[in-house]
Write a protein that binds this ligand. Structure first.
Ligand code: G3I
Length: 380
């Protein structure tokens, strides 16, 4: 929980950081990055470089870290122009009980962003994961639509005017699915019906006409057959939403990549996809970028170089597309990456290094690759 004092307290901590040029704060000694220049804040920050190209840049954040870890708060304030809650606005966090909402985490992130002149993405209004414990025993075919629309109306109205864009529906296409439309056989499809996605988007549009409404998904980045098929299902879904009342404004391409991925020559399908969305007047956001390097070999510097190459190749390609409007990484420091969970642990027991700042808050090679990618975008 967060007290009002705490919300204001850490929000101002960030303000001081955003104003100051804080190279030294992040230049702790760390052999793996000793060679990298650490002038990474102020005019050298991701935020400053992205702004010169009219692009938003940011990361997923946790309210408890913003409130209790000043180094983390300073880094987020200095580097990001847009934030997204990693978990604080999911059903599991917002809905402790069927008749209760807990907005403390979401409010804390919005307050921090407002104090640091940052925008906020809302993530997410409808997903088959992160559902609260009471969901399965409470939601039925009879009440699912009302529970879904009630949730969206309450949450979106509370933050109306404060949210840049919502991930209205997350990961609704199932690559292993058997349906012709590719829809995941999720609790929402089973209980709220085939048109639950349109219902969610229409409800969000009504609750906050100012927010951009996005569909967000993963595994649609590369030219691999499965990813191509999934991308085609996503495009068909987006076209349905666009043709039936233009209730969608953007697509989130999560961009959870791997250090072993081939990018160059293997993203033509994604480029065509982004271009087709541009033709429909839609924006594209890179919403959850990180590079899973659990299988990469070599020294820390060699592993970092592999990760940085993926950042550089992927973001240079994406940022060449005029309707790519935002790039967010899924976290900003390796210290708190979701990839350090057991499922993605490295065989050598070393922590993963998927993000632009390492666990000691030093900029990694990926930081400079990401910053160079912004610089590679044509100035508008
Ligand atoms: O908050 C509870 C805590 O009270 C409890 O003690 C603890 C142990 O069970 O769990 C905590 O909740 C965890 C939550 O993260 C906050 O840490 C959940 O168990 C855990 O499942 C949840 O994982 C998140 C996952 O989404 C599922 O919501 C990850 O942090 C988050 O990085 C991940 O993010 C997703 C995006 O939302 C969608 N795209 C894929 C991406 C990666 O899976």
């Amino acid at each position: 929980m967060f007290t009002r004092r705490q919300i204001l307290q850490f929000a101002t901590a960030g303000v001081a950081a955003a104003a100051a040029d804080l190279p030294s704060a992040f230049a702790q000694s760390n052999p793996s990055n000793a060679a990298l220049p650490q002038d990474v804040s102020g005019s050298h920050s991701l935020r400053a470089h992205a702004a010169t190209r009219g692009v938003l840049v940011g990361c997923a954040v946790a309210p408890a870290l913003l409130a209790n870890n000043s180094q983390y708060a300073r880094l987020v304030a200095a580097q990001a122009s847009i934030l997204v809650p990693e978990n604080a606005m999911k059903w599991a966090a917002l809905r402790p009980a069927p008749d209760k909402f807990d907005f403390a985490g979401g409010d804390a992130i919005v307050a921090f962003a407002q104090a640091n002149d940052q925008k906020v993405r809302g993530h997410n209004l409808c997903w088959h994961e992160a559902l609260p414990g009471w969901f399965a025993s409470t939601v039925t075919k009879d009440n699912a639509r009302q529970i879904l629309t009630g949730h969206i109306q309450t949450v979106v109205s509370r933050y109306a005017g404060k949210i840049h864009s919502w991930d209205v529906v997350n990961e609704a296409i199932d690559p292993a699915g058997t349906r012709p439309d590719g829809l995941r056989d999720s609790p929402w499809l089973q209980l709220a019906g085939d048109d639950y996605i349109e219902l969610a988007f229409r409800t969000a549009r009504q609750a906050d006409p100012a927010a951009l409404l996005a569909y967000n998904d993963y595994g649609i980045e590369l030219d691999a057959a499965k990813q191509t098929q999934k991308r085609e299902h996503v495009l068909a879904l987006v076209k349905r939403l666009h043709d039936n009342g233009k209730v969608i404004d953007a697509v989130g391409v999560q961009s959870h990549l791997g250090s072993g991925d081939t990018i160059t020559g293997n993203v033509d399908g994604l480029r065509d996809f982004v271009s087709e969305l541009r033709g429909m007047g839609l924006q594209v956001f890179v919403t959850e970028l990180d590079v899973n390097e659990r299988a990469s070999q070599g020294t820390v510097d060699e592993r970092d170089a592999q990760v940085a190459a993926i950042y550089r190749d992927y973001l240079t390609m994406m940022l060449a597309e005029p309707n790519v409007a935002a790039v967010l990484t899924w976290g900003i420091t390796d210290r708190y990456t979701w990839l350090n969970g057991a499922k993605y642990a490295r065989a050598d027991g070393q922590p993963q290094r998927p993000l632009p700042f390492d666990a000691d808050y030093n900029a990694t090679a990926a930081f400079f690759a990401e910053r160079d990618a912004f610089d590679s975008r044509k100035k508008t």
